[in-house]
Design a protein around this ligand. Structure first.
Ligand code: IMP
Length: 202
């Protein structure tokens, strides 16, 4: 059966990355806007996986297509996992420059080995029969002592990747997509979807 995929996001940057990664599924991939779904979805889950499922489910309730959604954020160990699922809403109203400076300041007494952090991305898919698939991946790093770099967005300037000797905002976007939490979670979801779709065609 021919399906289409709707990705529950309004973010065009994400859609570009998603289309690239899922291209070899050979399916039509639409954003919410392209699918003409207009919804304000309240992300009130307590984990990345729950939030991804809430978003995917809300769109699926309307379209019954294959609906994918993601939820991501930065978890800083010294801050007990903050900003975590609140990454997008942390210090709402302030610029990321201010948010990033604040996180660095909150780690001023942390020992070097206590600066560990990770970007996490969970993806949920609701399939036409209503069943749900989940994947979750992360990238490990350290909170930098100073923000650096202008690529990327959000917390990238303070997320230091020891194996590259650079922050996530200092590496080229293509490279970042290759190693990113979102890229890895999407690749894992693609494998799960392939299995399901192959099963359908047998
Ligand atoms: P959402 O997944 O679109 O709800 O947003 C997650 C939030 O986490 C973003 O607004 C950013 O603050 C942060 N975030 C997620 N992924 C990244 C990343 O790759 N770089 C920098 N910040 C990120």
């Amino acid at each position: 059966m021919k399906h289409r995929i709707i990705f529950a996001t309004g973010n065009e940057g994400k859609m570009k990355e998603i289309r690239m990664i899922l291209a070899d599924l050979g399916m039509e991939i639409l954003s919410m806007k392209e699918a003409k779904v207009r919804l304000e979805i309240e992300e009130n889950g307590s984990t990345f996986g729950e939030n991804a499922e809430i978003k995917a489910q809300a769109v699926w309730n309307i379209t019954k297509d294959i609906v994918l959604a993601d939820d991501s954020g930065l978890a800083v160990d010294y801050l007990n996992g903050e900003p975590g699922v609140y990454s997008a809403r942390y210090m709402e109203g302030d610029s990321y420059e201010v948010k990033n400076r604040t996180i660095i300041e909150r780690l001023k007494d942390a020992k070097e080995e206590e600066r560990t952090a990770r970007f996490v991305c969970a993806i949920a898919a609701v399939l036409p029969d209503g069943s749900v698939l989940h994947t979750e991946e992360c990238v490990e790093g350290l909170i930098a002592h100073e923000p650096a770099g202008t690529n990327g967005f959000g917390y990238d300037p303070i997320f230091y990747l020891p194996e590259y000797g650079k922050t996530s905002a200092q590496i080229p976007l293509e490279k970042k997509n290759e190693i990113s939490h979102r890229g890895k979670a999407l690749e894992a979801m693609k494998l799960k979807l392939k299995e399901v779709l192959q099963g359908e065609n047998q």
